[in-house]
Design a protein around this ligand. Structure first.
Ligand code: ADP
Length: 275
C-alpha cells in the first residue's frame, strides 16, 4: 500500500489546457520572439490581418509552454464585468464568479484578448496595471487586489488595416506591449498550410493561393482585405468534400468577401482566371 497516494491537484484551469499539439508552420522568428517575451513576462501584441494564423500561433505557443490558454473575443459591448467577473445569485445566495481575465490572473494562464481594439475604453484600461511591473488586478466589486500568478501572461491581437484610422489603440495602451507583425505566409508556405489543413493536392492548393494573392491586390480599394488563409482553408475543405473547385471558391471566397455585386462579379472573374 502506498503511504502517499498522489492526489489529483484541484486544477481550476483543466478546461483551458491544450492536450494535443496545435499544428503551426512558423513563418519567421515568431516562436523565439514569443518565448523571449514569455521568459521576461512581457505582454505581447500580435498585429496582422484576419485569418493569417495569429490565433493558431497562440494556441501552439500555449501548448509548447505547457500553459492553459483563455481566449476572449473582444467586442464593443464587452464590459469590465465580462472580463473580471461578477456576483451571481443562486440557491445558496450571492457568490462571486471570476471572469476569464481574473481566472487567468489568479491561477496562471495565457489570457488572449482577440481584437482588443474592439473593447470599450473602460475595459481596455483594466489591463494597464497587469502589463507593468505591478502585475496587479484590482477587483473593485470584492475589494480584492489580485497579484498575478507567476504564469499569467497577456497576449492581444489587433488588426490595424481593418480598422483604418477610425479605431486604433491609445498610446497609453499600445506602449505597454511588445509586438509582432503577422502577414500572410509566402506562397509556398501558404500552399503547404492549405494542403495540411484540408488534405487537397498541391495543384489545388497552389491555385487557391494564387487566387488569394490576386484578391489581396484589391485590398484597400474594392475590398477592406483580400482573401485570408482561413478562407482558402474553407475553400479547400469544400473541395475535399467533393464540391467543384469553382463552386467551392465562390462559396468560400468570392461571395463572403463583399456585398457589392460588382465586386463579387470581379472576384468571380478572378476565380475563373485562377481555378
Ligand atoms: P487569425 O487569428 O489571424 O484571425 P487564425 O489563427 O484563426 O487567424 O488562422 C486561420 C486558419 O489558418 C487557422 O485555423 C489555420 O488552419 C490556418 N493557418 C494560418 N496560418 C497558419 C500557420 N502559419 N500554421 C498553421 N496554420 C495556419
Amino acid at each position: 500500500m502506498k503511504l502517499h497516494d498522489p492526489v489529483a491537484p484541484d486544477d481550476a484551469l483543466a478546461d483551458w489546457r491544450i492536450a494535443d499539439e496545435p499544428w503551426y508552420a512558423p513563418v519567421g522568428g515568431e516562436v523565439a520572439a514569443f518565448e523571449a517575451a514569455h521568459a521576461r513576462g512581457l505582454p505581447l501584441m500580435l498585429k496582422g490581418p484576419t485569418g493569417c494564423g495569429k490565433t493558431r500561433f497562440v494556441e501552439h505557443m500555449a501548448w509548447r509552454l505547457g500553459l492553459p490558454l483563455i481566449t476572449v473575443a473582444c467586442h464593443e459591448d464587452l464590459s469590465a464585468g465580462d472580463l473580471i467577473g461578477r456576483f451571481l445569485l443562486d440557491g445558496q445566495g450571492t457568490r462571486w464568479q471570476d471572469g476569464p481575465l481574473t481566472r487567468a490572473v489568479r491561477h496562471g494562464a495565457i489570457c488572449y484578448l482577440d481584437e482588443l481594439v474592439e473593447a470599450r475604453a473602460d475595459t481596455t484600461v483594466l489591463i494597464h496595471p497587469l502589463t507593468d511591473a505591478r502585475r496587479q488586478l484590482p477587483l473593485a466589486a470584492t475589494g480584492e487586489l489580485l497579484h498575478a500568478h507567476p504564469d499569467f501572461r497577456l497576449v492581444v491581437s489587433y488588426n490595424p488595416g481593418y480598422h483604418g484610422v477610425h479605431k486604433s489603440l491609445k498610446a497609453s495602451t499600445r506602449q505597454r506591449f511588445t509586438a509582432l507583425e503577422f502577414g500572410y505566409p509566402d506562397a509556398a508556405r501558404e500552399a503547404a498550410i492549405v494542403m495540411h489543413e484540408c488534405g487537397v493536392d498541391e495543384g489545388i492548393a497552389k491555385q487557391l493561393v494564387t487566387l488569394a494573392e490576386r484578391t489581396r491586390r484589391l485590398a484597400g480599394d474594392a475590398l477592406d482585405e483580400g482573401a485570408s488563409t482561413r478562407m482558402l482553408i474553407h475553400a479547400g475543405l469544400l473541395i475535399a468534400e467533393g464540391l467543384a473547385p469553382r463552386t467551392a471558391c465562390l462559396q468560400a471566397v468570392a461571395v463572403p468577401l463583399s456585398d457589392d455585386p460588382e465586386v463579387v462579379s470581379a472576384l468571380t472573374a478572378l476565380v475563373d482566371a485562377c481555378i
